[in-house]
Design a protein around this ligand. Structure first.
Ligand code: FRU
Length: 498
């Protein structure tokens, strides 16, 4: 694959051909990060789902492998997860090597067409050769449908404290936690969420894991929801709490923010969906790394790419930090991305600079088409600071901070074609700020057709895609208020990863 088609991202994962949606089966084993994904290899729209497969040693360079799982008589292979069964609890290990176990949803199109509601069940498969080939369990499904139409996206994990396997499953308007000793026999332990969080859409793709805080570990429950996101369409909400081996117990301090259909949101952009985290990242590394699908069900099947459709977000490290509202989920780009910086193509602002109300174009000496940027500026009194990426066709993408509303914004209204879908641009995306710090800090990654903003060290995140008719080759900064002080600015050209 040459990966040189118009709009093809150059340092993000995208499938060599055909359709992709959710990332699946992310597991780390023997030096390899596995990434499977919802895949229809034959067309550039959604269809009978397979698990496409790629691996990486460093989370930046991906190698495509043959398809991991094909649909069969029980159905399409919908989203799911994978783990290393270190103690061989499943008995599928061979030659003293632990098996990798994948758990996924079987979506039976025959049952769906017949108008039944029990056509989604959970199955497993195992691999004894580092994920290269998979054998489906002969007695699938391992979890039958309990009478819930949307019952899917199992995320398996080992619960060290209670010495059991957990699987978190999305069940239409709530999440269910099931437990097992051997990954084959499962019991339902509890349900959560009917009365909490946002319910404007179907709950999908959950994840459930612990993160450290100075006050001890907390459990994080991720719930993807479609529609219902703050700026429209598909989005990712989360809940914080505790776990007693059966029940998820909500953190009291978060309750005011997740009642009356409100949610806590991981990313305020339009294009980070179905994200879940890697299993089995070694303890000495200790990171909780998430990757999402960089699109939105409102328009994913219509975006103007031909040979392939959709990509994954950059991998992000999740953590918990105290904000003005209490603990919140923080996302930061993985440090491995620094290896993509081109050695002699970077720009560093030599000394603090005061902006006028005219647009300022720093002399980069390189094109910002594939770039990473870090800027710190003093919070304007009431004005707006925009980072503007533009091309010779008069198209531009602007992203920045508006002091008046105390919000970040991402504006793709003029960033190229959006005639393919009326939902693709309806209004400028906005996101709240979660700190009162007088310095605004933006960390931004721009690829050919995407922007990922990590503001205030990952307290506010926005991921958006766009389709300019020519790559963005110009960068400038605009301020509506004269006198705003830029304290630091660094820009790096990034390398292609393919
Ligand atoms: C989320 C989702 C999942 C499902 C998969 C099907 O985007 O709808 O719930 O398993 O996509 O491709």
């Amino acid at each position: 694959t040459k990966y040189d088609e118009p709009h093809r991202l150059q340092y993000h994962f995208s499938p060599p051909k055909g359709w992709m949606n959710d990332p699946n089966g992310m597991v780390y084993y023997q030096g390899e990060y596995h990434l499977f994904y919802q895949h229809y290899p034959d067309k550039n729209v959604w269809g009978p789902m397979h698990w496409g497969h790629a691996i990486s040693k460093n989370l930046t360079h991906w190698k495509n492998l043959p398809i991991g799982l094909y649909p069969d008589s029980l159905g399409y292979i919908f989203s799911g997860s994978a783990v290393v069964d270190w103690k061989n609890t499943s008995g599928f290990g061979k030659n003293n090597k632990p098996p990798l176990i994948a758990m996924f949803t079987y979506h039976n199109p025959v049952g769906e067409r017949a108008g039944t509601i029990d056509f989604q069940t959970q199955g497993i498969a195992y691999s004894n050769d580092n994920g290269r080939t998979w054998t489906k369990y002969a007695q699938n499904p391992v979890i039958k449908n309990p009478g819930i139409r949307d019952f899917r996206d199992p995320k398996v994990s080992w619960d060290e404290q209670h010495q059991q396997w957990l699987v978190t499953v999305a069940a239409q308007d709530h999440a269910e936690i099931w437990t097992s000793k051997n990954l084959k026999d499962w019991q339902r332990a509890s349900s959560f969420g009917k009365e909490w969080g946002n319910h404007d859409g179907v709950w999908e793709c959950p994840d459930f894991f612990q993160l450290s805080t100075p006050e001890g570990k907390k459990w994080v429950l991720i719930i993807n929801i479609n529609p219902g996101a703050p700026n429209g369409g598909s989005g990712t909400q989360y809940f914080l709490g505790d776990f007693d081996g059966k029940n998820f117990i909500l953190d009291e301090s978060t309750k005011p923010y997740i009642q009356n259909n409100q949610g806590l949101w991981m990313d305020y952009g339009r294009d980070n969906y179905a994200g879940v985290t890697w299993s089995d990242v070694p303890q000495k590394d200790g990171r909780r790394i998430l990757i999402g699908w960089m699109s939105n069900w409102q328009y994913a099947q219509k975006v103007p790419t031909e040979a392939w459709r959709s990509a994954a977000t950059l991998p992000r490290v999740l953590s918990l930090q105290k904000t003005t509202q209490g603990y919140r989920l923080i996302s930061e780009p993985v440090k491995e991305l620094k290896d993509l910086r081109v050695a002699n193509k970077s720009y560093v602002l030599p000394q603090a600079k005061t902006l006028s109300s005219e647009s300022w174009t720093p002399k980069l000496g390189f094109k910002p088409t594939l770039s990473e940027l870090e800027i710190e500026f003093e919070k304007p009194r009431s004005g707006k600071v925009s980072l503007v990426f533009s091309n010779t066709k008069g198209e531009k993408y602007s992203i920045g901070y508006d002091s008046q509303s105390n919000q970040f914004f991402s504006d793709r209204s003029q960033a190229g074609d959006h005639s393919f879908s009326k939902e693709f641009f309806e209004k400028i995306d906005i996101a709240p700020r979660f700190t009162e710090n007088n310095t605004v800090k933006l960390h931004l990654f721009v690829d050919v057709a995407s922007a990922e903003l990590f503001a205030d060290n990952g307290k506010t995140v926005m991921t958006d895609i766009f389709f300019p008719s020519e790559n963005f080759n110009q960068f400038s900064i605009q301020s509506t208020e004269a006198g705003v002080k830029v304290k630091t600015l660094k820009i790096w050209a990034l390398k292609k990863a393919w």
